[in-house]
Design a protein around this ligand. Structure first.
Ligand code: GDG
Length: 513
């Protein structure tokens, strides 16, 4: 048995540790969001990597192992870039794995993605006091799209027992559907957002079907032990089965599903490792016209109501009001990458944010100075990294967040050990990054005070905190996340007695046998 704690996880160790087992297995990923999208921009096709934690985490893993990633082809020029089987090698400039794009009608996409996933399950799973909306027509589209993806998995699979990594709340029914089509598959489902308690989950009219679907998985993974425990509570309440809490296993109709915490992370070393703080600060200062003497506070988010963007803007306002000595001496640069902008809740959030930014800038701006720099567009990865490397402080004030990768990206960008992370305790990341300044985003006064404390923190204290957080992210990097999951998947596969030729060794199916 391999002890994952003793391994220094990197793409090389990931490949080496899993080579024997995974070389014989076919690896497939299914997610809604594709890792590479082709978009028309002024008569030119541009390649884009979306702002998504899931993609940031899984792309390096797929680069380490070849395989097939199946995703919705949502880019406006996506059809121009595929071959006759709707596939292409990615990354396009240096292909390491295959991307299979799945086309959906507008009605399917609206019901599945915007409707049930983002107006139903997203608010259901986050404690952000946003009321979920459940429409029967969205549920129909959700089921239809899950069924379509199950068919594509079966179509793309070259063996009867691939390892399929199903990603996120867009595909809760998919594991059960794949299981029906391919009883010998090893299915590992990772849920990237929090899992609510049983009272809250029971609000969803289709809670039983969703649990049923997820229990088709060999393994269900969450970021934290609390999410695992909430999930087990829901299964206990709503499904007839036997649960072994200690082992984290659910037994039903001859099939076992393991439930486990796999805290997601980022690649290490960070892509921006070469960037020195001073180079980054100079670049960012020039780009946004921020003089050197000004302290830079950064925020990087999809424009989403769970991320606490309004709350942090209010804290900046309170800081400037209660400690006017900071007027003219700080800038909060907030990347707000457009997200789900067709949904009313997101349009309201955008309006509220821009009004608040205008109000703060009108009140505390002096001459050319504006305390808030509102950067509402999708940025290149390099521009995000530069901002994180240049900042004195990073604020992550999510109201609720499965993990939050930005917190880890900021820590990874501080290779000179300075800078302060202000972090919401309602993120999965706060369980690991305990040396951040942990502050409740609903407590505006406390968050403003945390900003003041960060701005005045002695360099030695910054270095001490940062060093210990960097050590955590270095050892718990994304290769460890993937390594632990894949080791568990390999074990599940072995337990089920599958050989490399795609046949069950004992000739029986694992599912319902
Ligand atoms: C879900 C869960 C969990 C942001 N703006 C731009 C951009 N980003 C990048 C960030 C980061 C990623 O997007 C966002 O990751 P998060 O973890 O903050 O959040 P979600 O997208 O909500 O992800 C979350 C995650 O899944 C992984 O499991 O941590 O809890 O909600 O990498 O840097 N990237 C680029 N341009 C932008 O404008 N290129």
């Amino acid at each position: 048995m391999i002890d994952d704690v003793l391994i220094q996880w990197s793409p090389e160790t990931l490949r080496a540790v899993l080579a024997d087992d995974l070389e014989q297995a076919e690896l497939m990923v299914v997610s809604n969001r594709e890792p590479y999208a082709h978009e028309w921009v002024n008569d030119r096709v541009e390649l884009q990597m979306p702002a998504s934690g899931l993609v940031s985490a899984l792309d390096p893993v797929m680069r380490a192992f070849a395989g097939t990633w199946i995703a919705y082809g949502g880019g406006s020029a996506d059809r121009e870039a595929v071959d006759s089987s709707d596939c292409l090698g990615v990354p396009p400039h240096d292909p390491h794995y295959r991307l299979r794009r799945v086309w959906l009608t507008k009605q399917q996409h609206d019901g599945h993605y915007s409707g049930l996933s983002n107006e139903g399950l997203w608010p259901l799973c986050h404690i952000a006091f946003a009321r979920p909306t459940f429409r029967a027509s969205d549920w129909d589209a959700y089921r239809e799209v899950n069924r379509r993806f199950a068919a594509v998995v079966a179509e793309e699979a070259e063996t009867a027992n691939p390892v399929v990594l199903v990603q996120d709340y867009h595909f809760s029914l998919l594991p059960g559907m794949i299981r029906d089509l391919m009883p010998a598959a090893t299915i590992l489902t990772f849920w990237h957002i929090p899992w609510p308690n049983a009272e809250q989950f029971g609000v969803c009219p289709w809670h039983k079907q969703i649990l049923d679907g997820l229990l088709g998985s060999s393994i269900v993974g969450f970021h934290t032990g609390l999410h695992c425990s909430n999930f087990l509570d829901c299964v206990d309440r709503f499904v007839e089965c036997r649960i072994d809490r200690q082992a984290g296993t659910i037994h039903r109709e001859g099939h076992t599903t393991s439930v486990n915490a796999y805290p997601i992370s980022i690649p290490w070393p960070a892509q921006a490792e070469h960037l020195s703080r001073s180079t980054a600060r100079e670049l960012v200062g020039r780009r946004y016209d921020i003089p050197d003497r000004i302290k830079l506070i950064a925020g990087v988010e999809r424009l989403d109501y769970t991320k606490g963007i309004i709350e942090r803007l209010r804290a900046v306002e309170t800081l400037l009001e209660s400690r006017p000595e900071w007027i003219g001496r700080i800038v909060m640069a907030q990347v707000a990458s457009p997200s789900r902008s067709n949904l009313p809740a997101y349009q309201r959030l955008r309006r509220e944010c821009t009004e608040l930014v205008d109000c703060i800038n009108a009140r505390y701006g002096r001459g050319a100075y504006r305390p808030v720099l509102w950067l509402e567009r999708h940025h290149s990865r390099a521009a995000v990294d530069e901002l994180l490397a240049a900042a004195d402080i990073c604020v992550v004030s999510s109201l609720h967040d499965g993990m939050n990768l930005v917190a880890k990206e900021f820590v990874a960008a501080r290779h000179e050990d300075e800078g302060v992370l202000i972090l919401s305790p309602f993120t999965g990341a706060s369980q690991e990054l305990v040396d951040a300044l942990l502050v409740n985003p609903y407590d505006t006064v406390d968050m403003a005070e945390a900003m003041h404390r960060a701005l005045t923190m002695p360099p030695e204290e910054q270095a001490e905190r940062m060093r210990s957080m960097r050590e955590v992210v270095r050892s718990n990097n994304v290769y460890r996340w993937a390594g632990r999951m894949l080791l568990d998947a390999v074990q599940a596969r072995r337990r089920n007695g599958h050989a490399s030729n795609g046949q069950a060794q004992n000739g029986t199916s694992v599912w319902g046998s």
